[in-house]
Write a protein that binds this ligand. Structure first.
Ligand SMILES: [Zn+2]
Length: 226
C-alpha cells in the first residue's frame, strides 16, 4: 500500500476517466485497489475531489467526473501517454519498465514540453503497451476483431495487440510469463477453473482469469501461422 500523499489528485481523476472509457463504473473500493491505497485514504481523497468540483458521488456510491474533472483527467492521461512513448521510442526503455517512471514524470510536464513531445512523436500513435491515450470498451475492441485471452479459441494462434496497463504488478507478471505486445501465442486449452493454458516461443504457461482478461489478441491468419 502506498501512502496517500504519493497518490495525487491527477492519479485519482485519471483512474476514473480510464474506467469510464472502458465502460465501467467506479466505486471508492475499486479506486483503493487500482491505486494501491487504503480505503480511508480513498474516502478522504474523494471527499476533497468532490469539494473542489472534480467529481460527483451518486446515492449509489458511484463516482463520476464533472466537466472540470474530465479535463484535468484527460490532460494527465495524455501526458502519461506521451511520456511512455518518449521513454520507449526515444530512450528504448522496455514496456514493462516504464509505467512507474511515466507515473512520476507525467506530473512534471509543462505545456511547452507537452507541445514538443507531440511535435516529436506525432499524435495518435499507440503507447508501448499497445494503447491509445484512453482505453476502449470491450465492445469497440471486439468490433475490430480483437478478443481477450480469457475468451480466445482453443488451438488458435494469436498476436498480442495490447495489455491493460493500470496495474504495474500485472504488467511485470505478464512479462515474466513471456507475454508482451507483438508476441505470438497459441491457446492450448480454456480450463474449467477459468485458467487458460497457452504455448509461447519461450514455453508453455498457464494464466488465471484476471491476467487473461488483461491481454487483448488478434487472430493470426493461417498463412502467417507457424
Ligand atoms: Zn501504456
Amino acid at each position: 500500500m502506498r501512502d496517500s500523499i504519493h497518490v495525487s489528485k491527477e492519479n485519482y481523476l485519471k483512474a476514473i476517466l480510464e474506467a469510464d472509457a472502458e465502460g465501467r463504473q467506479v466505486i471508492p473500493a475499486t479506486l483503493a485497489h487500482w491505486l494501491e491505497v487504503s480505503p480511508p485514504a480513498v474516502t478522504m481523497a474523494v471527499r476533497r475531489l468532490k469539494r473542489d468540483g472534480y467529481v460527483l458521488v451518486g446515492e449509489d456510491g458511484i463516482v463520476r467526473l464533472t466537466e472540470k474533472g474530465r479535463e484535468t483527467a484527460y490532460q494527465t492521461a495524455l501526458r502519461h501517454h506521451l511520456i511512455e512513448r518518449m521513454l520507449s521510442e526515444i530512450f528504448g526503455m522496455e514496456w514493462y519498465e516504464i509505467h512507474e517512471e511515466a507515473e512520476r514524470l507525467e506530473h512534471a510536464v509543462s505545456p511547452a514540453f507537452e507541445a514538443k513531445l507531440k511535435e516529436k512523436l506525432g499524435e495518435g500513435g499507440a503507447c508501448p503497451h499497445g494503447n491509445a491515450v484512453l482505453p476502449e470498451t470491450s465492445q469497440a475492441r471486439k468490433a475490430r476483431g480483437e478478443v481477450p485471452l480469457s475468451e480466445a479459441g482453443e488451438g488458435k494462434r494469436y498476436t498480442v495487440v495490447s495489455l491493460q496497463e493500470r496495474d504495474p504488478l500485472l504488467l511485470r507478471f505478464l512479462h515474466r510469463n513471456g507475454i508482451g505486445p507483438g508476441k505470438s501465442l497459441r491457446v492450448l486449452q480454456q480450463n474449467y477453473d477459468q485458467t487458460v493454458a497457452i504455448q509461447l516461443d519461450s514455453g508453455d504457461s498457464i494464466l488465471g482469469r484476471p491476467a487473461a482478461e488483461a491481454v487483448w489478441l488478434q487472430a493470426r491468419s493461417e498463412v502467417n501461422s507457424k
